[in-house]
Write a protein that binds this ligand. Structure first.
Ligand code: PLP
Length: 379
C-alpha cells in the first residue's frame, strides 16, 4: 500500500514514540503532583514547550499553550478573542476555522470572508479592504490544506496592523509547521499547530501566542497551562510531538527540496491531457491537487485504493460536508466540473522516489481505465 494522503495525517514517527515511551511505562505521574517525579515532568514539559516554540518563534516574545488538537487551538483563538465588531477570514480555511466563523455569526458577530486568487492564496488587497476600525479579529491560514498555497502571513499581519493596530491576527499553521521555513513576525498574535501532521499523535496540538496578548481561560479546572487550558497534560503526546518536530525541523530545508522534486516528478509522469493541475508550483511541495478531467475525484480515489494507492479528494474533515464540490477549488474560480474531479496527493518526509513513481503509474492506469469505460475522447 502506498500512502499519499499525508495532509490528512502522517504515520507516527517510530523513533519519537520510542523515545517518549518511558512517559507511559515508567514516568506516568501527574505533572501537577507535589513529589519529585511530578516536578520532573514539569521540567520535561517545559523543554518540549521551548523546543516546539523556538522552532518558529522568538521564545522571549511568544509562548505556547498545549491543546488537544489543531481544531481546539483554532477554537480557543477565535472564540476567546473574536467577540465584538467584525471578524474576517478567508474562503480557503479548513472547517476548523470556517465552522467557528459560522458559529460566531450565529452569536451576532459580523463575519467577513476574503476571496481567494486563482492560485489558492487569499487576495490580500480585498482582505485589507474588509478591515476597518470595527475589526477585532482576522484569521488567515498559513498553508492551505487542500492546495498547499502559502499565504505570506507575516506580511499580511503587518499590513493589517498598519491599518488597524487593535486587530488580533490569528493563523492556522497546521499544514505549515515543520514543513515550511519561516519565523513568526511579532505582528502575528496567535498560531495553531497540530502534532499528527508531522509524525506526532492525533489528539495533540498547541496554540502559540504572543506573550503580551491577554487570553481568557478556555477550559476551566485545575489551572494547567497557566490557567488558560485546564486538564491533566497529555505527557506522552506532548513529548512525542516535541521529539517528532525536532527531527522535522532539523532536516526541513533538505526535505522541502526533495519533496518538491517528488511533486514535480509525480506531475511529469502524468498525461496532462487527462489532468488539470490546480496546486501552483509556488505552494507547499507536500500537497499536489489535480483534477481528473471529466471524472469524479471520489471514484478515482476508490479505484486507486483498490490498486494499492491511498490519496485524498480534499480535507478529510470536510467529508461530512453536504456539498459535493471541493469548496476551495470553487473559491479559486474553477468550474464545478474541475472541482468534481479534484484529487489531493500529499507527501511526507517518509515518501520515497520509488513510491512516487509507482503511485503516478497507478493513478495513470486508473484514469486511463475510467476514461475508456466512460468513452471520454482525447482532447
Ligand atoms: N487546520 C488545518 C489546515 C488542517 O489541515 C487540519 C487537519 O486536517 C486542522 C486544522 C485540524 O487539525 P486537527 O486534526 O489536529 O484537529
Amino acid at each position: 500500500m502506498i500512502y499519499l494522503d499525508n495532509a490528512a495525517t502522517t504515520k507516527p514517527n517510530e523513533r519519537a514514540m520510542a523515545r517518549a515511551q518511558n512517559f507511559i511505562t515508567e514516568r506516568y505521574f501527574n505533572p501537577s503532583a507535589k513529589y519529585r517525579e511530578g516536578y520532573a515532568l514539569q521540567s520535561e514539559l517545559k523543554s518540549a514547550r521551548s523546543s516546539l516554540l523556538s522552532a518558529v518563534a522568538d521564545p522571549t516574545a511568544f509562548e505556547c499553550v498545549f491543546t488537544s488538537c489543531g481544531t481546539e487551538s483554532n477554537n480557543q483563538a477565535i472564540f476567546s478573542l473574536a467577540r465584538r465588531g467584525n471578524a474576517i477570514t478567508t474562503a480557503g480555511e479548513h472547517s476548523a476555522v470556517s465552522a467557528c466563523f459560522a458559529e460566531l455569526k450565529q452569536r451576532g458577530v459580523e463575519c467577513r470572508v476574503a476571496p481567494l486568487q486563482r492560485d489558492g492564496r487569499v487576495d490580500v488587497e480585498k482582505l485589507l479592504s474588509l478591515v476597518d476600525e470595527k475589526t477585532s479579529f482576522v484569521s488567515v491560514m498559513h498553508v492551505n490544506n487542500e492546495m498547499g498555497a502559502i499565504n505570506d502571513i507575516n506580511g499580511i499581519a503587518k499590513r493589517i496592523k498598519a491599518k488597524n493596530p487593535r486587530v488580533i491576527f490569528h493563523s492556522d499553521g497546521v499544514q505549515a509547521y515543520g514543513k515550511i521555513p519561516f519565523k513568526l513576525a511579532k505582528e502575528v498574535d496567535l498560531y495553531s499547530v497540530s502534532a499528527h501532521k508531522l509524525g506526532g499523535l492525533k489528539g495533540v496540538g498547541a496554540l502559540i501566542k504572543r506573550k503580551s496578548l491577554v487570553l481568557p481561560a478556555y477550559i476551566y479546572g485545575g489551572g494547567q497551562e497557566r490557567g488558560l487550558r485546564s486538564g491533566t497534560e497529555n505527557v506522552f503526546g506532548i513529548m512525542s510531538f516535541a521529539y517528532a518536530a525536532e527531527e522535522k525541523f532539523a532536516t526541513l530545508k533538505q526535505d522541502y527540496e526533495r519533496i518538491k522534486g517528488y511533486r514535480e516528478a509525480f506531475w511529469s509522469a502524468l498525461n496532462p491531457q487527462h489532468f488539470d493541475r490546480i496546486s501552483s508550483q509556488e505552494g507547499s511541495p507536500y500537497i499536489l491537487t489535480l483534477s481528473a478531467k471529466g471524472l469524479r475525484g471520489e471514484i478515482v480515489l476508490h479505484m486507486a485504493e483498490d490498486k494499492g494507492l491511498l490519496i485524498g479528494t480534499g480535507s478529510a474533515c470536510s467529508s461530512n460536508a453536504k456539498t459535493r464540490y471541493n469548496k476551495v477549488v470553487l473559491a479559486m474560480g474553477y468550474s464545478e466540473q474541475v472541482a468534481d474531479g479534484a484529487i489531493r496527493i500529499s507527501f511526507s518526509t517518509d515518501t520515497t522516489a520509488e513510491e512516487v513513481e509507482a503511485a503516478a503509474a497507478i493513478l495513470s492506469d486508473v484514469v486511463n481505465e475510467l476514461r475508456t469505460r466512460m468513452n471520454i475522447k482525447e482532447s
